[in-house]
Design a protein around this ligand. Structure first.
Ligand SMILES: [Zn+2]
Ligand SMILES: [Zn+2]
Length: 306
């Protein structure tokens, strides 16, 4: 029997990047300690009274919501608000919304949602079957970000916490690095202040590898939906995921190093006139924001009915 590096109990997990074995108890304590460190480093509770958590119902966002709401309950005057965007994807989002809804009502967490139907007049199911040149994700990413931001702003939140884990972040670093997109790397967050009119984003799970989030959610009994979006067209992200795991396998600790390197290199974006969108008033460098452009384009594709 392999033993925990901290006590005499049986090991349930080996962190290869540190060589440490963990029993169940020491594993959960270690995850919680690293999340608390991220919360301190990013000053998540110090910036104001309200923290919005972007929740999809998957393991990462549910774990972030669980941990932040536990930490917030020990602090007077701090409120957690769960925020969910309903893309209108039958058999997927409706099921995950149920998971979030049940969890929030049991834990007494305020939950606000907005659908693509309310925002743009159509669902993702409708857009996916319309003839179009862009991928569904091209619209979805922009709409989701815009709606999340609006919901957080309306709820009076000072930051939006996302469930991005160590692997997600390292994948984005690799992707943006490979495209030479230093602006994107600088914008990845966590944000210290509002960037381009957006509520600053923070990442409490930033130090936790994906497999550890999954194990933590399972041993802690956190409910979550395991399926992924039926329209996901993330071929390139999947390639980076595989490459990253290969690198990590050969060089344990590489993910941590990449994320550290990127955050040291992050710089505030220079220049770019911060005007406001003629249609919705959101910050944009052009005449109208990307969300408004894509919303109009998508609406005409759905409306064409072919
Ligand atoms: Zn132990
Ligand atoms: Zn706009």
């Amino acid at each position: 029997m392999l033993k925990c590096s901290f006590c005499n109990c049986e090991s349930v997990y080996l962190a290869r990047y540190s060589g440490l074995h963990y029993c169940r108890l020491h594993f959960t304590a270690s995850v919680e300690r690293r999340v608390k460190r991220a919360v301190r480093e990013q000053r998540i509770f110090e910036r104001g009274q309200r923290v919005a958590v972007a929740v999809s119902g998957g393991k990462d966002s549910m774990t972030a919501l669980h941990l932040l709401s536990s930490l917030a309950s020990a602090r007077r005057g701090t409120e957690i608000i769960a925020v969910t965007v309903d893309e209108g994807i039958r058999g997927y989002r409706d099921r995950s919304m149920e998971v979030v809804s049940d969890f929030c009502s049991i834990r007494g967490i305020r939950w606000v949602t907005r659908s693509y139907s309310e925002f743009a007049g159509f669902t993702m199911d409708m857009l996916s079957s319309a003839r179009r040149e862009r991928t569904t994700c091209a619209y979805c990413g922009v709409f989701r970000r815009t709606i999340m931001n609006a919901l957080a702003r309306e709820a009076g939140a000072d930051v939006i916490a996302t469930g991005l884990n160590l692997d997600d972040t390292a994948q984005s670093v690799l992707m943006n690095m490979s495209r030479g997109d230093t602006d994107r790397i600088a914008m990845m967050g966590p944000h210290e202040s509002s960037v381009q009119g957006l509520v600053p984003r923070v990442q409490p799970l930033r130090h936790i590898p994906e497999n550890e989030v999954l194990l933590y959610a399972m041993v802690s009994g956190i409910p979550f939906l395991q399926s992924s979006c039926p329209y996901a067209e993330e071929a390139s992200r999947n390639m980076f995921r595989e490459v990253l795991l290969r690198i990590e396998d050969e060089m344990p600790g590489a993910r941590h190093a990449m994320v550290r390197a990127a955050s040291r290199a992050a710089f505030p974006r220079r220049g770019g006139k911060a005007g406001s969108c003629a249609s919705c008033g959101d910050a944009t460098s052009g005449e109208r924001c990307r969300a408004c452009e894509l919303r109009e384009e998508a609406a005409s594709l759905v409306g064409r009915g072919d």
